[in-house]
Design a protein. Structure first.
Length: 557
């Protein structure tokens, strides 16, 4: 195998508008290169001053993606892991805040030996040092670095300067700059327009960076003439202008980019030979299953507090795409705002009438909690498959305590400080914590499954590891009484101190997990619990369908 010893770097920037999908482009290119036998990882540089996104509201930032090593990171890392099936870590996500914090900490320690600390060279050097850190591990042939924000933003300019310097430092053959832009289609003129791309490239050139490859996102295919025109104005040969038309599903993007020859182009620019050709049969099969499911649709409700902003639940939504494909169905999500249930804007019967399963989402704070508890009650009593994640599991415990175990007004001390039945309480290790950033129980922990339970069957093994992000837990003081009343502790930490999974064995599928299984679902490795939950929802859909055909009351969903 002709593996080059020098680690190669691919930088991905974006222009014209945000949300063009730099994350998907990076993840797809990574998947293409991985399929050619290269060892690839992706890192994201974010321009904001927060040290990490852990302290940001989901409305500001979307989901916080937690890595095995407990880093709270950008949701793009979720795409990297899902597409590449390679675990990321704290080193894969660096914010401008973290860079400044490190520089200022060094200054306070006296590390700069009396010099004036400045953006150039000190901040830029810190960025460059970080950007090369993963390369030093010896684990990768190629590192893709996605630079957050849009070219032209003042706050991202130090990252661009670091990129410019790295090309000089590492040599042109060892770095490739890819710039993603938009080529909008103007309906009234029936034309694709190249001017925004020209402007964006000009702005990038002003920073001293000439893109090596342009990827142009557009509604329609770019013609040869269009590519020539863009190349001419952006100082590129036609072959270096790659079209990326809108895809029906993001899982098709690796296929589209392969058809455009992006992997070949990148390798050629890096003077690299890959051990193999791109084998994308698994991607083809997967995206076909996503687009044309054999067994129709299954509707599942997600009840949460940030439902107007589905990015807050990105990994859950994607885990349902994976589980849908593995069950030959498309999962249609019905979003339920927990406050609407709480305020009676929607009854629990109406909310769940046309769905075959309910997932209650993770979250923080008391807003909408009673709505979640009410809807869980309805799912439990009506034998509708229920999946509670983190806060969703905690709400299920509260509901069971109140309505089955006779503990009136049972609650979590997160919502009511002094309550007679604090069935969910703050973890001992959290009680003296005062700082908010990075202080929860975070990252990967082992869990032992109880034999014979549904989770045990789903995972097919006893010892699992899953990722966490929480401060509260099931209060061990109430474990015995809740178990006696029928709530099964289906999974615990190996020392049996923390309950990680609850199950109602008498129900067709009622499982709550203290961890975040959605973070470990992969394109080619569906998460066992999502898989099993969707299978059960599909079974309920089929039963209802047969009842309907036979004239018994029921709804098809
Ligand atoms: N707010 C709860 C806790 O801190 C649940 C957190 C979550 O859902 N991620 O324990």
């Amino acid at each position: 195998m002709s593996r080059s010893k020098t680690v190669k770097h691919i930088f991905v920037t974006g222009g014209v508008v945000s949300s063009l999908g730099k994350g998907i482009l990076s993840a797809s290119l990574g998947a293409l290169l991985k399929s050619r036998g290269l060892r690839v990882t992706i890192q994201k540089y974010d321009p904001y001053i927060n040290v990490d996104p852990g302290t940001m509201s989901p409305y500001q930032h979307g989901e916080v993606y937690v890595t095995d090593d407990g880093a709270e990171t950008d949701l793009d890392l979720g795409y990297y892991e899902r597409f590449l099936d390679v675990a990321t870590s704290q080193a894969n996500n660096v914010t401008m805040g973290r860079i400044y914090k490190d520089v200022i900490d060094k200054e306070r320690r006296g590390d700069y030996l009396g010099v004036t600390v400045q953006v150039i060279p000190h901040v830029i050097d810190e960025i460059k040092h970080r950007m090369l850190e993963l390369a030093e591990s010896g684990k990768y042939d190629v590192i893709i670095t996605e630079v957050g924000g849009t070219v032209g933003d003042i706050e991202a300019s130090p990252f661009l300067e670091a990129m410019r310097q790295l090309k000089l430092q590492l040599g042109a053959k060892n770095t490739v700059n890819i710039h993603l832009t938009l080529v909008p289609y103007i309906k009234s003129a029936s034309e694709l327009k190249t001017k925004p791309t020209q402007h964006s490239v000009k702005m990038l050139q002003e920073t001293g960076i000439q893109p090596d490859i342009l990827v142009c996102r557009s509604e329609r295919d770019l013609s040869k003439e269009m590519k020539h025109k863009i190349g001419l104005f952006c100082n590129l040969s036609d072959a270096d202008v790659v079209g990326l038309r809108d895809a029906e599903t993001i899982y098709e993007v690796p296929l589209l980019l392969r058809d455009e020859g992006l992997d070949k182009l990148v390798l050629q620019k890096l003077g690299m030979k890959a051990p193999a050709d791109a084998h994308l049969d698994d991607w083809k099969e997967f995206s076909h299953k996503v687009k044309f499911p054999k067994d129709g649709t299954v509707r599942i409700a997600i009840c949460g507090k940030y439902t107007e902003y589905p990015d807050a639940y990105k990994s859950i939504v994607e885990a349902f795409v994976h589980a849908g494909a593995s069950n030959d169905v498309k999962v249609l999500i019905k979003w339920l705002r927990s406050e609407d249930i709480e305020d009676g804007v929607m009854t629990v019967e109406d909310a769940l009438r046309d769905v075959s399963g309910l997932l209650v989402a993770p979250g923080f704070g008391s807003r909408g909690i009673e709505g979640k508890i009410n809807i869980i009650r309805h799912a439990r009593e009506s034998n509708i498959p229920f999946f509670g994640i983190c806060l969703g599991m905690q709400c299920a415990v509260i509901e069971f305590a109140r309505n089955v175990a006779g503990m009136d007004a049972a609650n979590s001390t997160e919502f009511v400080k002094k309550t007679k039945y604090p069935v969910i309480d703050m973890m001992e290790s959290q009680k003296n914590v005062t700082e908010k950033g990075g202080t929860m129980r975070l990252g990967s922990y082992p869990c032992v499954l109880e034999e014979g339970t549904k989770p045990y069957k789903a995972y097919g093994k006893q010892l699992i590891t899953e990722r966490h992000r929480h401060r509260y837990e099931l209060n061990n003081h109430f474990r015995e009484i809740l178990s006696e009343k029928g709530l099964m502790m289906a999974g615990t930490s190996p020392d049996n101190e923390l309950v990680e999974i609850i199950e109602l064995p008498t129900h067709r599928w009622f499982i709550g997990v203290q961890f975040h299984p959605e973070l470990k679902s992969r394109v080619h490795k569906v998460h066992p619990l999502f898989n099993s939950f969707v299978a059960e929802a599909k079974a309920l859909r089929n039963e209802r369908f047969h009842q309907e055909v036979n004239g018994t009351v029921g709804t098809i969903s």
